[in-house]
Ligand binder design. Structure first.
Ligand code: HEC
Ligand code: HEC
Length: 288
């Protein structure tokens, strides 16, 4: 009996050490910065504290104010269980069972590994709690987009954590994972059908900007429509500084993404470039 209890105790502490360790927190900090959690969940315009929410975002669902994701018990996510956090991040469902709108990029976070999701959670719960009540959204409820979104979610069950492709090496797999999850590149660069579902035959082939995705160019290796003439260094450069090989600078929503990818390590940016250079080249009308 005693032995069994000790074993269980030892196992639980080992598990806790693996998930809530300083290493997990540091990895979580890195992933959260690169994913732009802070960019969206901080009200820079009004000098709000990092991760305390309050940024207003004009969307097809109306103006949405980002929530406070510091561990404050009254106004943040301090009362959430680990399951609450996982459910919100993977499936976009709040603790009160309501659905979030996908301005919160949970369809991309659905594909995070369990270890990375735990790392992000560990990091957020290590932050100082900041009391900042939600500023209520000001615009209409955007009923049609919300209904379409509910149908789209019902019709496309989330695939769950991303699995490495054994036909490719570790660098390629790292790049593919970052593009799909933390970078959420397809969010804008892949066109969608009328329900807002990404078109699986046009991955990263550019989007004219329909409802959920903004207008974004083709970033497949097609030589005329895409970025087939860019070198690996060119791709790393745009993700680091925003500078393109034609001496231009990316603007619009990509400028904000660059602030996030700039916080990735050079190794991770290079992995993204390796992956992008390997995907099928698709022709397409969308160019800058
Ligand atoms: C593009 C902007 C954006 C990014 C990037 C983003 N979020 Fe959010 N997040 C939102 C919005 C908007 C909501 C609220 C959605 C709604 O009300 O339907 C939200 C909601 C949430 C919630 C639910 C909070 C609550 O109180 O119900 C959590 C948790 C969360 N985000 C965590 C994260 C984490 C962790 C990251 C980074 C890995 C992240 N978000 C990245 C915009 C963003
Ligand atoms: C929120 C929407 C959004 C997301 C997410 C996004 N992009 Fe972009 N991207 C854009 C837009 C819009 C442009 C065009 C910017 C311009 O015209 O100045 C762009 C431009 C680019 C360009 C320059 C292409 C050219 O022909 O000049 C590259 C390369 C690129 N993005 C790669 C990426 C990668 C890699 C990711 C994921 C890490 C990503 N983008 C995520 C919106 C996005």
């Amino acid at each position: 009996m005693m032995v069994a209890v000790l074993c269980v105790a030892a196992r639980t502490t080992a598990a806790a050490a693996a998930s809530d360790s300083p290493e997990a927190g540091a990895r979580g900090a890195y992933l959260a910065a690169a994913a732009g959690c802070e960019t969206c969940h901080t009200d820079r315009e009004r000098g709000g504290a990092a991760y305390a929410g309050g940024r207003m975002m004009a969307t097809e669902y109306g103006t949405i104010t980002t929530p406070n994701i510091t561990p404050d018990r009254a106004t943040g996510i301090g009362r959430w269980t680990d399951q609450d956090f996982t459910r919100s991040m993977r499936w976009g469902i709040a603790p009160d069972d309501t659905h979030y709108v996908p301005v919160f990029p949970f369809p991309a976070y659905n594909r995070l590994t369990e270890a990375d999701l735990t790392a992000i959670r560990t990091y957020l719960y290590s932050l100082a709690p900041v009391s900042r009540p939600d500023l209520k959204s000001t615009a209409g409820p955007g009923l049609l987009p919300r209904a379409k979104n509910a149908v789209a979610i019902a019709l496309s069950p989330a695939p769950g954590p991303w699995l490495p492709d054994p036909n490719h090496d570790a660098v390629w797999n790292r790049g593919a994972y970052l593009v799909v999850t933390i970078g959420r590149c397809g969010e804008c660069h892949t066109p969608r059908d009328w329900l807002g579902r990404p078109d699986p035959h046009r991955l990263l082939a550019g989007s004219p900007g329909d409802g959920r995705s903004k207008k974004a160019p083709n970033i497949t290796p097609d030589r005329s429509a895409g970025i087939g003439n860019w070198s690996e260094n060119d791709i790393v450069e745009v993700l680091t500084t925003g500078h393109t090989p034609d001496f231009d600078e990316v603007g619009g929503s990509m400028a904000e993404i660059v602030k996030n990818t700039a916080r990735l390590s050079d190794t991770d940016r290079r992995a993204i470039a390796v992956y992008l250079e390997s995907i099928p080249a698709l022709p397409g009308p969308i160019s800058r």
